[in-house]
Structures are given as C-alpha cells and as structure tokens.
Write a protein that binds this ligand. Sequence first.
Ligand code: B12
Length: 449
Amino acid sequence: MKLGLLAMSGVRCRNEELLAMGLTLPGFLERSKVIASLPSLGLLTLGGMTPDDIEVSYIDVPEPGSLEELPGDFDAVAISSFTAQIKEAYKLADRYRAAGVKVLMGGLHVTARAEEALLHADSVLLGEGESLWPQMMADLKANRLQSRYDARLMNFDFTQSPMPRFELLEVENYNRLTVQTQRGCPFNCDFCGASIRLNPRFRTKPVNRVIDEIHRIKAMWPHPFIEFADDNTFADKAHGRKLVQALIPEGLRWFTETDISIARDPELLAMMKDAGCAQILVGLESPTASGLDGLEHKANWKLKQRENYQRAIETIQDAGITVNGCFVLGLDGQDQTSFNAVFDFVRASGLYEVQITVMTAFPNAPLYDRLNAAGRLLDATAWESCTLFDVNYVPEKMSVSELELGFRGLLTKIYDTGFIEERRRRFFERQSALRRARVLREGGSQSLN
Ligand code: B12
C-alpha cells in the first residue's frame, strides 16, 4: 500500500496592497521566506508511526491550485493544513477522491470543523494524531476506515513520542527544520489557535528524545538550523534548563517561541546563549493596557506583564539573545492611537526584530465564538482570510478600513530599511559596550587580587 503525506505548506496573505508591499519591504518578506520552507512536523511525526508495510512519501504542496497532475501514485493520502489553506486542501482532497484515492485529514482546522472536512475526506482525525494514527493505519489496511477518529480526550504520553521520519525529506530544500520539545501553554489567550486547541494539557517531551531527534537530523544535515515548533518552550523552566544543558554540546543555532517570564531567569538566558539560541519570539501583543486587558483568560496574565516589558527586553537582549517582539493590531480596546503606540514602543524598547499581525479569529479559538455571537465576523467561513494579515471582522474601536490602513502604515514604518538597520545597530553597539564593560570589570577585579 502506498500512502502520500501531503502538506499544505504555503504562506498566505490575500490583501493585494500588503502583497505588493511585501515585495518592497525586505524585513517583512525575510521571515516569510525563511518560514515558508518549513516542512510539516505533524505529518513527519505520523510518518514515524506508520507500519513498515505501508510505503510512505512526503510532499510539500505550496500551491495546490496550480497542480496539473495529482502528485504520486497513491492508494491513500493524508493531508495536513492549517485554516488559511484549508479550502485549497479540500479541493485537492476532492480531486484525489475522484481518482479513487482514499483521503485522510487532520490538524488544527479539521479538529475544529470535522463535519465540514468530512464533505471532502473519507476519514478525519480530531486532536493529536499520535493517539489514534496506529488504529487509523490498521483500519486503512483492513479496508474498514471509520469516518471519524476522535482523540481530543486522549492525552498522548510524550514519553512515547515517535521519531519523526525526517528521512522522507529532501533536506537540501529546507533552510531550517522543526523539532518539538513541548506542547501546550499554561495560558489561554483569546485569539490562540495553536495546539492547546488540540489538547489543553501542557506536556514536555523528555530531553533525551529531543536530542535523539536532533541527532537524526544531524545525520542528514551536519550543521542544521532548528526552529522549535513549540507553543512556549520555557514555560516549564526546569524542563527548559535540562533541555538547554543538553543542547550546549550539540553546537546548534536555534530559534523558538516563549513568553516574557524568561527574563526573570538570567542564568537560564546565559545557558541559552551558550546553547546557540539565536532569537526568541515573544508575544507582547500590545504596549497599552487597553489592548491587553482580558486577552489572557485564566488570570489576565498578559496585562500583568506589561509594566515589565521594557526591562525584560533589555535583560534578554543583554544576554546576547535577540527578541522578536510580536504585536497584534485591532485588538478589542485598541483605537487608532495603537499604531503609533506600537511604533513608539518598538523604537524606545530597542527590540531587534518585530512582527506585527492583525487580530485573527481562527475557528478553534474563543475569539471566533465571541465575535461570531456578536455578529462581528464579516464572513464566518472565510477561512482563507485567517492569515494574520487580513481583516475579517469589525474592530471594536475603528472601522475595517481604518485598521487596514493603519496596519499598512505601521508595516511601512516598522520594516523601513533605515529603521531595521537602526534597531540592529543599536543591539550590536550595546553588545560591544557590555563586552567592554565586562573586560574592564574582570581586568579590574584581577588587579585587586
Ligand atoms: C511550523 C509552522 C508553520 C509552517 C508549517 C509547515 C507545515 N506544512 O506544517 C509554515 C511556515 C508553512 C506555516 C504556515 C502558516 N501558518 Co503556521 N505555524 C507553524 C508553527 C510555528 C508550528 C506548527 C507545528 O509544527 N506544530 C507541531 C505539529 C506536530 O503539530 P500539528 O501540525 O498540529 O500536527 C498534529 C495534529 O494537528 C495532527 N495532524 C496534523 N495534520 C494531520 C493530518 C492527518 C491526516 C492526521 C490524521 C492528523 C494530523 O497530528 C499531528 C501530531 O499530533 C505554529 C505555531 C505553534 N506554536 O504551533 C504556527 C501556526 C500553526 N501557523 C499559523 C498560521 C496562521 C499560518 C499561516 C496562515 C501564516 C500565513 N500568513 O501564511 C500559514 C498557513 C498555512 C496553511 N497550511 O494553512 C497558526 C494557525 C492557526 C490555525 N488554527 O490555523 C499557528 C498556530 C500560529 C499562530 N500564530 O496562531 N506555519
């Protein structure tokens, strides 16, 4: 039996003006280019659990609409997509089914909209794939595939995590590869559509398993750049410490996402630097209380961190790790002054890298239900707008066009080449000053002895 693992792997933005701007704003385009070449870790993971008597291939499908012929000569395909490309994935699924190929689907969007997906797939898996993939494969082979496998209430034990089948990749096509060290997040943010919507429990992967995955990658690519496909790598600081300790001898360069509380642990930051951490991405969301209030549902955690933002960014960057600060525009509570507020904060903070996005109602997030109930979604099933750049709702304190215009204006200022250079120069100058001060201090203390 031949199984194709098909990943919708594009990056998407519908807004024409933003697309045109992408061509002239190098900073905006840079991160998109880097990430656009990531493979689907979800499918590689399932590939690692597929029995040997099923022949497996992995294919990235960035532009399914432009495929003249269906890739591969498969008996079945497993398609993975997030929300933005789901309609393209459905069209591809329809074509495979018309050709007599069994279609399996899963992932974040399918978990939230199983009935919709079943109009295009023979079988869907809800929740974490690892829990029911072995059964799905056994049923596929025995020709008794069920229409729905529901793993949402099953807590996959991360000590049993399979080795993703990285060997399926043509590794030279990628400029970085992903490894997952944990799943979930202690917080519950209104707009979050990531893995806490597959399973709300926070779990960490045993460090030795993470290192085994890195070794497997290194066997194919001796000096890889790793992006941890985590929700919040250092939410569990004890696990984070063990992980970083084990990464030090690996000589890697890596990037990850975590929350601002990492700044409270300078020792861990120093270890991260030694272990090759190039940058951390941190969701700051808004520099003003109006955007942050109510955003995190458990304890209004994001609002409580705001006063520490400036100091925290300094502490992290002074450890030699650049911060990619992420801001969301169009949050409830934010009015038109928010665009300048973000710009002013970025300038004052010395953030090395910045990512700005528009508030997005993913179908698996509380925000979606809230906006839908209030009649604020412009089109409740415009999944293609769930790109983080397109506006698909009525903002609370401005009009749709004011948000679009303000967002474009801010993008131009943030990604202005001069401003990018200014931020980078500032970081490196401060690093040199800190190094000089350290040398002086150490020299000084030696002469005292
Ligand atoms: C890596 C990544 C990418 C890569 C993805 C490569 C790929 N093809 O998978 C790239 C750069 C291409 C990408 C693109 C985009 N991304 Co992205 N990305 C991520 C990131 C950082 C990690 C995802 C990951 O690897 N998770 C780990 C794996 C193991 O989990 P998984 O994919 O969910 O798979 C598990 C299950 O879902 C299930 N499963 C998945 N697929 C299938 C299929 C079958 C058949 C079965 C049975 C099971 C199954 O089993 C797996 C194991 O449990 C997350 C953020 C985060 N921290 O999670 C954002 C994230 C997933 N991305 C997001 C977004 C918005 C985008 C873009 C729209 C950005 C843009 N403007 O273009 C596009 C959308 C592309 C699309 N296909 O629709 C959102 C998605 C929210 C949502 N509900 O849709 C997230 C959560 C980030 C955010 N800011 O909210 N992204």
